[in-house]
Design a protein around this ligand. Structure first.
Ligand code: PLP
Length: 415
């Protein structure tokens, strides 16, 4: 579900004609629909309305402060994974008591920054990290609230690069080793054990792996009581999938309906960390055809967006629908839609059927709101895109297009 629809033969973001946005802001351009992300946030909120919970939007999915601020207005907290993400959420005056901090490689400086900012808790991913948090909080004369991230060893049945809850993944602490870590944590004077965190992967389309993980964790929580360790929070992570093509992911309601019975007797507060589910379908990447190029084997549409703008197709072979902004009755052709970058892996879609297209035609790469701009780079010294947020018939520039000056402003020539 989203609010990018055709009116007559023209694609709109909510009530705004995408031709107008391309004209005003140039291309490539990320365009987000506020209504789409708001509705997705509310779907999760209402599916879990009868549960004591905190929704912590996962900043990595789309970290523009214009979007974070809208999430804050909806009541969301934040899941962060770096000092940079903490900086962003503090900039929008997020409530620190709704910030949780995961990531396998938190540095001492980042830990200190988070402790001084009074975040709700760290999601600790290793014994050495736990010891460092203890040391840093001792130095600050504080007690750090932590959840231990457990790797429950379940198969999330998603792309191997975005599976995080198998024992071969670097994330969390193996469930078989975790019990001992809790014992150690209990003895650390500057650590306050608050909870358990699991996040088993991303773009997960069924509830089964969540149930598998929660069942394992339920037993674990019971076992912990034998050590007088009481868990206050269970953070079940993010990972809910969205529709890119033909997927049929569980809806928020189906997800909640399936897992709530397993949470019912735990007597814990639940934390959810959705990212993609909220913003994935709420963004498109608007791009313009630079050249059409007919080869012997392939027809290419060379567009002004590349893998530096949207890396998901190149990195994971991810599929994004690509549709014209202006429908035409021209003959259908099969195209590879590729960027201008000097890599054969620089493609946005392969073997796509589109009406015959030419220089200047506008295309929309759908479902690009999550892990789109936030994973973009300056590769090939390309300027990162502008981002626009649409609200009804209004549009707001929430990030300017970079300039050539921006490209080199931190660099220096030595004498
Ligand atoms: N929580 C953690 C710890 C993550 O690592 C991620 C993504 O990798 C998320 C939440 C958000 O995942 P998604 O965008 O699939 O909801």
């Amino acid at each position: 579900m989203d609010y990018f629809n055709y009116k007559k033969n023209t694609l709109y973001a909510e009530d705004v004609d995408l031709n107008i946005l391309a004209e005003k802001y140039g291309t490539p351009l990320y365009v987000y629909s506020l209504k789409t992300m708001t509705e997705h946030y509310k779907k999760i909120e209402s599916a879990f309305s009868d549960i004591d919970k905190i929704i912590c939007y996962s900043v990595k999915a789309n970290s523009n402060i214009g979007i974070l601020n809208e999430m804050k207005k909806l009541g969301s907290g934040f899941d962060i994974v770096s000092g940079g993400e903490l900086y962003r959420v503090l900039k929008i005056n997020a409530n620190p008591k709704k910030i949780v901090y995961a990531g396998v490689g938190k540095t001492k400086q980042e830990i200190e920054y988070a402790l001084k900012s009074n975040i709700l808790m760290f999601n600790v991913e290793s014994i050495n990290e736990l010891k460092i948090i203890d040391l840093v909080s001792k130095k600050l004369k504080k007690k750090a609230a932590v959840a231990i991230r457990i790797n429950p060893d379940v198969n999330a049945s998603t792309h191997e690069y975005i599976t995080t809850g198998k024992k071969e993944n670097k994330f969390g602490i193996d469930i078989v080793l975790a019990f001992n870590i809790f014992r150690i944590a209990k003895k650390l004077k500057h650590i306050d054990i608050k909870g358990i965190h699991i996040h088993i992967g991303s773009q997960i389309t069924t509830v089964v792996p969540y149930i598998d993980a929660i069942v394992k964790i339920t037993k674990f929580i019971k076992d912990l009581t034998t050590e007088d360790i009481i868990i206050e929070y269970l953070n079940i992570g993010g990972g809910l999938g969205v529709i890119y093509n033909e997927e049929k992911p569980a809806t928020a309601d189906e997800f909640a309906y399936a897992i709530k019975p397993y949470l019912a007797n735990l007597n814990v507060k639940i934390i959810l960390e959705p990212g993609r589910f909220i913003v994935g379908n709420a963004g498109i990447l608007l791009t313009k055809v630079i050249y059409d190029k007919k080869g012997i084997k392939k027809n290419f549409l060379i567009v002004d967006a590349g893998m530096n703008d949207l890396i998901r197709p190149s990195l994971y072979g991810a599929f994004h629908k690509i549709i014209p902004v202006n429908l035409s009755a021209k003959e259908k052709m099969i195209y590879d839609i590729v960027g201008p970058i000097c890599e054969s892996g620089d493609f946005l879609g392969k073997e796509r059927t589109l009406s015959e297209s030419k220089e200047g035609d506008l295309l929309a790469i759908r479902s690009a709101g999550a892990y789109g701009f936030s994973m973009s780079s300056n590769y090939n010294s390309r300027l990162r895109c502008a981002e626009v947020l649409v609200k009804g018939n209004k549009h707001y520039l929430i990030r300017k297009r970079e300039t050539y000056e921006d490209l080199i402003k931190l660099e220096k020539i030595i004498e």
